[in-house]
Design a protein around this ligand. Structure first.
Ligand code: PEP
Length: 254
């Protein structure tokens, strides 16, 4: 059983307005400050859209809150003629401490492959950002019994040289469980997280220390059971992270 501090990461995706993201960040910070024991057990990170990062950062600065902010993606390049892209040093510059990479929605809608994810991770690490590298199989791949092959392939291809337990977090997110209300069974989660741990230990000198998050319809009702599974070191939360009470209830379940 791991003793790492759990990482409770909210992926706000393409949601919110300036007013609503400020309110959400304030409500999360209020909730964390009301229950100081939460900070002994959990680290808190929220990832708004790029354009909302400074607003959330301002709320954090104003409250001196123990909430960190991250991006949902970054460029595989450091700077240059890449219209519409955001570079890792820019995320760092506006106060991010982390970035989500290789989310299945990016892999699916932007055709991102493992090599691109690894190149992005290199940039993020060089900029001093912690990467949350997402992996996970589709429903068809699970039905075909290929989930471990796929996850191993994604880990091998997406984790760059230079990854360590302090700059890298892995999020196992079965694609069929994201935003669907379907959650992997605790037995399936336990088996996959143990499998991922084995790969990380084989790959990285400090692989035992890398946090492995579970993501896919995590809610207050299932968080206690999921977060108690060995090698589940936190959660990457989509829908439920858009409501401060649900996000906080997930952390309280730790
Ligand atoms: C996600 O987008 O990373 C996610 C896990 O979403 P949800 O919690 O809504 O399934």
């Amino acid at each position: 059983m791991t003793t790492k501090k759990k990482l409770i990461a909210g992926n706000w995706k393409m949601h919110g307005t300036l007013v609503s993201v400020r309110q959400l960040a304030e409500a999360v910070i209020d909730g964390v400050e009301k229950d100081a024991s939460l900070l002994d057990r959990c680290d808190f990170l929220v990832c708004p859209t790029f354009i909302h990062i400074p607003a959330v950062r301002a709320v954090i600065d104003h409250n001196r809150g123990a909430l960190r902010v991250g991006g949902q993606d970054c460029s595989p390049h450091e700077t240059g003629a890449f219209t519409g892209d955001i570079a890792a040093p820019m995320l760092k510059d506006v106060g991010c401490s982390a970035v989500i990479l290789g989310h299945s929605e990016r892999r699916q809608h932007h055709a991102e492959g493992d090599q691109t994810v690894a190149a992005k991770a290199v940039q993020a690490h060089q900029a001093g950002l912690m990467t949350i590298i997402c992996v996970g199989e589709t429903e068809a791949q699970r039905v075909a019994g290929q989930e471990k092959t796929i996850v191993k392939q994604q880990l091998d291809g997406s984790i760059p040289a230079g990854a360590t337990a302090s700059n890298t977090v892995i999020a196992y997110e079965p694609v069929w469980a994201i935003g669907t209300g379907k959650t992997a069974t605790p037995a399936d989660v336990a088996a996959m997280h143990a499998f991922i741990r084995g790969i990380l230990v084989g790959k990285m000198a400090d692989g035992a220390g890398v946090r492995i998050l579970y993501g896919g319809s995590v809610k207050p009702e299932n968080a206690g059971e999921l977060l108690a599974i060995p090698d589940v070191d936190g959660a990457l939360i989509g829908g439920a992270s858009l409501k401060a009470d649900q996000y906080l209830a997930i952390a309280k379940a730790v």
